[in-house]
Design a protein around this ligand. Structure first.
Ligand code: SAH
Length: 225
């Protein structure tokens, strides 16, 4: 698979941050992430570029951080976990992401799959994410400003779909847009804690696995903000 590597040389970071990054990778490994390619991509993706400068010093902590508009950049562990689940049955060609946010998960995916289709309802977040991916020369991503409940039917179906906000129920449109053997990783639940689900399109119908308890911001309904 051919994909561009982020140009880290232009974002030179000191020895301290390099150590901090290595510590994060060790921690993710200790917490159970095991896909070497996923860990390597997280190691080389400059997460400090995806948060406000004032928060950059916390970028390599394993924690969600605010990105404005009441939204958060996902915790690195959760980015790695969901990416591993998506890739667990082999390499993927087309992956749709719902909830671009900062674009960090997008950047990780873009280095591991052929093409990423990313949907976000808040235009200003999407604009910043686009700039960051362009800066990192990740060119295999297209963006749609729209409602993730509807997916992106025109460019589907997708071999993988990842949703980075919690849905009260699994959106029917996303099931419809899964290719044969396609995998959907989605936090589902209406309360503060939700469950991470892995749904796979089988020859007949869908299989459904309930995985970890998780905490995401809600997948919102209604008009775009
Ligand atoms: N993966 C992102 C997570 C952002 S938080 C990151 O690591 O930065 C969840 C994102 O989902 C927010 O940007 C929010 O605006 C977006 N979102 C919420 N409801 C949505 C919907 N219905 N359609 C598209 N995006 C939505």
């Amino acid at each position: 698979m051919a994909f561009e590597q982020p140009d880290l040389s232009r974002h030179g970071i000191g020895m301290t941050s390099q150590r901090t990054r290595e510590r994060l990778i060790q921690r993710l490994y200790d917490e159970g992430l095991s896909n070497a390619r996923v860990l390597e991509v997280i190691r080389r993706t400059p997460r400090h570029l995806f948060v406000d400068e004032a928060l950059a010093h916390r970028a390599y902590e394993d924690t969600a951080l605010p990105i404005g508009h009441n939204q958060t950049i996902s915790q690195p562990y959760m980015v790695g976990r969901m990416t591993e689940l998506l890739l667990a049955a082999g390499p993927l060609d087309k992956v749709m992401e719902i909830g671009t946010g900062s674009g960090y998960q997008t950047a990780v995916l873009a280095q591991l799959v052929e093409r990423v289709f990313s949907v976000e309802r808040i235009q200003s977040l999407q604009d910043r994410a686009k700039e960051r991916l362009a800066e990192l020369k990740l060119r295999n991503v297209v963006f749609r400003w729209g409602d993730g409940w509807e997916g992106w039917n025109a460019l589907g179906p997708y071999n993988g779909i990842i949703v980075t906000a919690a849905a009260a129920e699994v959106p029917q449109a996303l099931l419809d847009q899964l290719a044969p053997a396609g995998r959907l990783v989605i936090p589902v639940g209406a309360g503060e804690l939700q469950q991470l689900l892995l749904i796979v399109r089988e020859e007949q119908g869908f299989s459904r696995q309930v995985l970890d308890p998780v905490r995401f911001v809600p997948l919102l309904n209604g008009p775009l903000a």
